[in-house]
Design a binder for this molecule. Structure first.
Ligand code: ZN
Length: 193
């Protein structure tokens, strides 16, 4: 007489395959989330009269994006410096849309209740202010984890409509009060290099 094996004996290979499959899936997902170190991009900034006044270079690192600005012909003093949600500077700088905001957050990256990268966190495109010297030149490097140069993650600046970087007339309050940064004085579409 044939003895029936317990059900678990038949099921255990199935369980093993499922577990191995799940582990492989998790490993693949975590690999996909790792940034591609070394990706680069650049924006050529133009002023309101259309002339080129500098460049902003972007470099992907393992933990965020290094942003290097080299700009001339600005009014001396502080200027909000922000990644905007659309890669367009024409017909005017309004074409760049609002601040890049992949998590549906609020403006101002030092606001105590907003943590970047979480739903409702600060805008991914918010950056520290840029300061121009008395000669109108500004050179500054920034580092941010609010954006990525990889395609795919929700904080990718290379989404369907791209992104732009904008220099505003006045400095940003960082969200400590209603921000009035005035006109958009320079704009550049961010493009892969
Ligand atoms: Zn903002």
């Amino acid at each position: 007489m044939k003895r029936r094996l317990p059900l678990v004996v038949y099921l255990s290979p199935v369980v093993i395959v499922l577990v191995v499959g799940l582990v492989l899936l998790i490993v693949r997902c975590s690999e996909a989330a790792a940034p591609t170190v070394g990706l680069t991009a650049e924006a050529v900034l133009v002023s309101e009269d259309g002339g080129a006044i500098g460049t902003v270079a972007f470099r992907q690192t393992a933990t965020g994006v290094l942003i290097m600005a080299d700009i001339r012909e600005l009014a001396p003093g502080g200027h909000a410096f922000i990644v905007h949600e659309v890669g367009a500077c024409t017909p005017d700088f309004r074409a760049a849309g609002d601040h890049f905001n992949p998590t549906g957050g609020g403006h101002g990256f030092i606001h105590s209740t907003w943590k970047r990268g979480e739903s409702g966190g600060a805008h991914g495109g918010d950056l520290p202010n840029l300061y121009a010297g008395s000669d109108g030149a500004a050179r500054a490097d920034f580092f941010t984890d609010g954006i990525t140069l990889d395609t795919g993650p929700r904080h990718s600046i290379f989404d369907a409509d791209g992104s732009a970087i904008i220099v505003h007339e006045r400095p940003d309050s960082y969200g400590t009060e209603e921000s009035d940064t005035g006109d958009r004085v320079a704009c550049g579409v961010i493009q892969r290099t």
